[in-house]
Write a protein that binds this ligand. Sequence first.
Ligand SMILES: *[C@@H]1O[C@H](CO)[C@@H](O)[C@H](O)[C@H]1NC(C)=O
Length: 389
Amino acid sequence: MMRLFSYSAPRMPILVNLVLVILYFRSNVVSAEKHTAFFIFGDSTVDPGNNNYIETIPENQANYKPYGQNGFFKDPTGRFSDGRIIVDFLAEYAKLPIIPPFLDPSADYSYGVNFASGGAGILSTTNERQAIDLKTQLKYFEEVEKQLKEKLGNKETEEVISNAVYFFSMGSNDYLGGYLGNPKMQKLHHPEQYVGMVIGNLTKAIQGLYEKGARKFGFLSLSPLGCLPVLRAMNPNAVEGGCFEQANSLALAHNNALKTVLTNLEYLLKDFKYCNSDFFAWLHDRINNPTNYGFREGVNACCGSGPHGGVNTCGGTKTVTTYELCDNSNDYVWWDSFHPTERIHQQFAEALWDGPRDSVGPYNLQDLFFEKFTIADIVDGNSENENIF
Ligand SMILES: *[C@@H]1O[C@H](CO)[C@@H](O)[C@H](O)[C@H]1NC(C)=O
């Protein structure tokens, strides 16, 4: 093949040579760009540092010690963890580089980009002006789309968009600060009505992306929010520091409503494929039985102060400047009063990637990234034995 380009092929008409040269280079470009991009929308559970670039309250930032203390990243990055977060592991499994924060001026968007922002909600009324809400995150996606079109042209951009995986980890703040912490909102809306509004806005976001060509979606379900150390510490009805059941009920209602919506969208939207997760019970079990999963402590936060480490003082940048820090965060489910440790993030990521079908489905993220869509493909991918059929 290469010989065609050598000078010893004098009979080759110039035009044919030219076409071959173009085809040769074109195929290089295509193969270089051929990967599944990863776009992330969310809150502090998946913020890789967008909030370092906005004006907000110290509670919504994590770019100071001891955040990131386990040393995977040299300095604190803004991740609300002792190290990596779910999407860092997912990118690794998908053979992608770490997906950068949209607001990082040096970010390369070739493999996707992360729009998540600590404190953000699905509703724009949640933590207003203190985070990048979902609506703004979607506007930023449009900017990325425009930049890709300039760089790759329309056709290849369409391909990138339809191949990409769109991951959402959002909703907790709508129920915590946005509702339980907001008496005015509680007066305006019954819980069921409020859940309907949150889910309605999330559905609108999914449909909007679908109309732009997005086809593959992933969702991190809500945790048992009432068992976050911060809510245990605030629980007015706490008996022995029990979970805040009202918060848990909202999370469950949200997860159930999302499940129904996704089932419907799968029927309504052609080629719509998704990976949903049901980690409520999954995390609850780790909280109640930490030793079964290699943890020592499921209730108290590693970094914080007060009961259960539930007073949000980790890092000492807030009103209170002192805090306690555990010796080994690997022993803990909770890193600070709101967020789990890197070890939990990793277990979340592993479960989303190829976890059990009873808590992740109908597709897992491995299926979506590597397009294992038929039953045969899935069976084939799971058994390492070749040529059975
Ligand atoms: C989205 O949320 C707003 C409140 O922020 C609400 O008025 C509206 O009805 C919601 N939209 C949908 C489609 O549910």
